[in-house]
Design a protein around this ligand. Structure first.
Ligand code: ADP
Length: 535
């Protein structure tokens, strides 16, 4: 073998050696990877199993019925407690097999609620009666479920519980019944004590000590009487037994009378009637006076350092709008909507001021039964203004003024037009809104959006007043998704000055998800800029 041949062979051998070394390295790397992979798999399987076992162990030992469901809402697991209570087998109850166990009066509502939550991926909460296998009794339960979502926000699993709340419900009912009976029973002796005191007062000389004692007793008795009648009203409202006597009356005169009677009993504050339109209104005069009285008494009670209250009553857009303004402690925004709940009192006021927390609940019921609405503007430390609105014709009138059914609509509550240069729908809500007006306006908006193949809306709420909170859920749950399906992509929402309207706006948007980008603005120009840049 010649030297060059020998060198060639050595080079070839070296190449082979390197190839063997590379393959060996590769093999080792692969082996290592396989081992790691296997280890990961085994670890996962172990933790998954123990996680599942742990979950089942906990679930079987809590007092509630626990279940899980897949992304479509079909139940795929129940804990032991559920099977004990329902008497069903696993095969019978999996999927939607729970339905026959529900009270027939609650079934439809529950299915609708659950389907809606599953569709929206939103938490689920409901109360229903659920049949107990041991005695066939339908017991009240609180059903709750939360979705578990992946990183893209897609629901992968539902975790739910059913809590037996039957005893609580029964106790609540007994409490309501007790309140109803107690307030009735207390009213009779109170009326006769009041009559005897009045008689006694007439027999005593006015400048004596005895006279002043009797006067004080009388005024305390009036307070007691008003507390008892609030309790009585609440039990009537709960039982759906509040009777309204509707008759035409002079609204301005009723307002003056209510103001005078509160003024007489309160010297420190001066109640100023700044405006009082004369109009005949068909309603329950005593109940409406009760609302005004409640607003005035609260205004005085919650403004201990102020000395005036301002009352206005104006006819606007065929509505009577009444406001009572005080310069007192005010209410923080987060407490505003809760005021409508019965027995609710703002925490920091409940210690300082006496009261049962029933007045606003009763007032809002009275206003609702007159097809009116009720809202509050307030700033802590500056004061509050309580408003109510009563439609003079008995209902909110929505008048169509002009439309081409294609590019524009004009009504007494909303105006909108398609702007071809900007390719957006310019919407302007006008004045007082309620569920009906919001629904009608929204449906016209949907129609024009579709007809113009438009993806942007300039939704101007600057001129909205009042309270349309009952429409917020509907807007979020049904209308917004429909707008999205119709091609909506950008929604610029210009705030109203009204706090209640702003809160409702957030509620409608908060509960919506999906591909629409919505943005709130205080300035219309800013909203226009944002919308024209959006694509
Ligand atoms: P009550 O005055 O008997 O507590 P209401 O139902 O009339 O019951 O009022 C509920 C709560 O609303 C009150 O406890 C108070 O916290 C708050 N509130 C009512 N009116 C005013 C007001 N004018 N200013 C500040 N807070 C008020």
């Amino acid at each position: 073998m010649s030297l060059p041949e020998f060198n060639e062979q050595v080079a070839e051998l070296e190449k082979l050696r390197q190839e063997v070394a590379r393959l060996k390295e590769e093999k080792e790397r692969l082996a290592l990877e396989t081992a790691v992979h296997k280890a990961i798999l085994e670890t996962n399987a172990d933790t998954l199993l123990s996680g599942l076992e742990q979950f089942k162990l906990i679930a079987d030992n809590v007092p509630a019925q626990v279940w899980t469901a897949d992304a479509e809402g079909s139940v795929d697991y129940y804990n032991k407690r559920y099977f004990e209570y329902s008497g069903l087998t696993s095969e019978e109850s999996i999927g939607w097999g729970w339905q026959p166990m529900l009270h027939p009066d609650d079934l439809q509502r529950t299915i609708e609620n659950w389907t809606r939550s599953v569709k929206k991926g939103a938490p689920y909460e409901i109360q229903y009666r659920f049949k107990r296998a041991s005695d066939g009794a339908f017991r009240w339960h609180l059903g709750k479920a939360i979705p578990l979502k992946d990183s893209n926000g897609k629901v992968i699993k539902w975790f739910g519980t059913n809590m037996d709340i039957h005893e609580q419900k029964v106790a609540e009912k007994q409490k309501d019944e007790f309140l109803s009976i107690a307030s009735h029973e207390l009213k009779t002796p109170l009326t006769s004590v009041k009559a005897f005191l009045q008689l006694g007062q007439k027999m005593i000389a006015p400048d004596t000590k005895a006279y002043s004692f009797v006067s004080k007793a009388s005024s305390q008795l009036i307070r007691l009487e008003s507390l008892i009648s609030d309790l009585l009203d609440v039990s009537k409202i709960n039982a759906g037994k509040m009777v309204y006597n509707l008759e035409p009356f002079e609204f301005g005169a009723a307002l003056r009378e209510a103001v005078e009677s509160v003024q007489q009993a309160n010297e420190k504050h001066q109640i100023i009637i700044e405006h009082n339109d004369d109009v005949v209104y068909n309603g329950d005069r005593l109940r409406i006076e009760q609302v005004i009285n409640n607003f005035l008494v609260n205004a005085i009670k919650y403004s201990p350092d102020a000395d005036k209250i301002v009352v206005r009553s104006e006819v606007q857009q065929n509505n009577i709008v009444v406001s009572v303004q005080d310069f007192g402690i005010g209410i923080a925004a987060e407490n505003l909507t809760r005021l409508f709940d019965r027995y609710y009192r703002v925490d920091n006021t409940s210690m300082r001021f006496q009261g049962l927390g029933l007045g606003i609940f009763i007032s809002s019921e009275i206003i609702k039964r007159h097809n009116g609405s009720f809202w509050i503007e307030s700033e802590p430390g500056k004061g509050s203004t309580f408003f109510f609105l009563l439609p003079i014709s008995g209902k909110h009138e929505l008048i169509d003024l002009e439309t081409d059914n294609q590019t524009f609509y004009k009504g007494n509550f909303i105006e909108m037009k398609y702007v071809p240069e900007q390719q957006w729908l310019d919407v302007n809500w006008l004045g007082y809104q309620n569920l009906e007006s919001v629904q009608k306006g929204c449906m016209i908006m949907l129609d024009l959006l579709q007809k113009n193949n438009c993806s942007k809306v300039l939704n101007d709420n600057t001129h909205v007043v009042g309270n349309w909170s009952e429409a917020a859920d509907w807007g979020g749950e049904y209308w917004f998704p429909a707008m999205q399906d119709a091609g909506l992509k950008h929604f610029a929402w210009i705030y109203s000055l009204s706090t209640f309207s702003r809160m409702s706006a957030h509620k409608s948007i908060d509960i919506t998800m999906g591909k629409v980008t919505a943005q709130f603005f205080t300035e219309i120009e800013e909203a226009r800029r944002w919308l024209s840049e959006a694509d």
